[in-house]
Design a protein around this ligand. Structure first.
Ligand SMILES: [Zn+2]
Length: 270
C-alpha cells in the first residue's frame, strides 16, 4: 500500500504537470471509486475547474479546485496516478481518467479497486481527524511521547493508527521499529525517553530516505511517469519474510498485529 513516501513522491511528480491546468472532463470506468456524490454529479462538478494546488496530508492527496472545493484521493491498497497523453490508451486497470487542458490525462490505475475519490470542503472531517505530519518541523520527540503515553496498544499498532501519526503504514512502521531497536509488541506507553528519542529519529530517517528513493515498489506502486521507486531495496525487515537480519544474522520473525504482517528481528529489537 502506498504510504507517506509514495504519496509524497506522487504529489511531487504530478505538481509540475497539473498545477494551473483546467479539467476538461472526467471519465469513470468504475463508478464505485467515487464516494459521497453520485458519479454523474462528481464528473459534472469537476468539469471546468482549474487545479490550483496539490498537497499531501497523511496518505491522502488533496487537489485544491478553483471553485473553492477539494478533490481528495486515497490510493488505498494498489492505486497509482499515472500521467499520459490524452491520445494514449488508458493503462490496464484504469478506473478513472481526469482529462486536462494541456493534452495530458491523470489515469487512476487501481487493480484491486480499493482506491477512492471524493469532493470535499475545507475542514473536511476525515482530514481534520488525522494525527500530526511526522516530517513537519513541529513534530518533535516530545510530541511523539505525548501521543503514545496513554496507549496500551502495541507500538506497531499505534504507529499505523492515522489518528496518532499521519502517513505511516505497515512497511515504514516495521522499518522505523527496527531502526530504533524496539519490539513491535511493546505497549506504546512502555517506551522510555531514550527509546522515544530513537523512534522519533528513526521515523524521520526512514521516511526521508524513502522519499529520496521515490517510494517502494513492492507491489503495484508506480510513479506518475510509470517508473518504479527503489526504497524497498533499502528495507531491512519489511517484506523480508524468511530472510536473516542484516545486522546480526538471526532469522527475521513475523507476527500478525492488527491484521498486518509485522517483520522484526527478535535479537535486535526488544
Ligand atoms: Zn538482528
Amino acid at each position: 500500500m502506498p504510504e507517506l513516501p509514495e504519496v509524497e513522491t506522487i504529489k511531487n511528480e504530478l505538481v509540475p504537470h497539473i498545477i494551473g491546468r483546467r479539467i476538461r472532463g472526467v471519465t469513470l470506468f468504475w463508478d464505485g471509486m467515487v464516494k459521497e456524490t453520485s458519479a454523474t454529479e462528481f464528473c459534472a462538478r469537476l468539469k471546468g475547474q482549474r487545479i490550483g494546488g496539490l498537497r499531501r496530508r497523511g496518505k491522502y492527496l488533496i487537489f485544491s479546485l478553483s471553485g473553492g472545493g477539494l478533490l481528495i484521493v486515497h490510493l488505498k491498497m494498489s492505486g497509482s496516478l499515472l500521467l499520459g497523453r490524452d491520445s494514449s490508451e488508458p493503462p490496464q486497470y484504469t478506473r478513472a481518467v481526469i482529462h486536462l487542458d494541456n493534452g495530458l490525462n491523470i489515469f487512476f490505475r487501481d487493480p484491486r479497486k480499493f482506491g477512492r475519490m471524493r469532493l470535499a470542503g475545507d475542514g473536511d472531517r476525515v482530514i481534520s481527524r488525522l494525527g500530526p505530519e511526522p516530517l513537519e518541523e513541529g513534530f518533535g520527540a516530545g510530541g511523539l511521547a505525548e501521543r503514545l503515553t496513554r496507549r496500551k496498544a502495541p507500538i506497531k499498532a499505534a504507529l499505523i493508527d492515522q489518528a496518532v501519526i499521519a502517513g505511516i503504514g505497515n512497511m515504514y512502521a516495521d522499518e522505523a521499529l527496527f531502526a530504533a531497536g524496539i519490539h513491535p509488541l511493546r505497549p506504546a506507553c512502555s517506551l522510555v525517553k531514550a527509546e522515544l528519542k530513537r523512534l522519533h529519529r528513526a521515523i524521520k530517517q526512514v521516511l526521508l530516505e524513502a522519499i529520496n528513493d521515490k517510494g517502494a515498489s513492492v507491489s503495484s506502486y508506480f510513479r506518475p511517469g510509470g517508473e518504479k521507486g527503489s526504497a524497498h531495496f533499502q528495507f531491512r525487515v519489511a517484506h523480508r519474510r524468511g530472510q536473516d537480519c542484516l545486522v546480526c544474522g538471526t532469522p527475521l520473525e513475523r507476527l500478525v498485529i492488527r491484521n498486518r504482517g509485522s517483520y522484526f528481528c527478535p535479537k535486535c529489537q526488544s
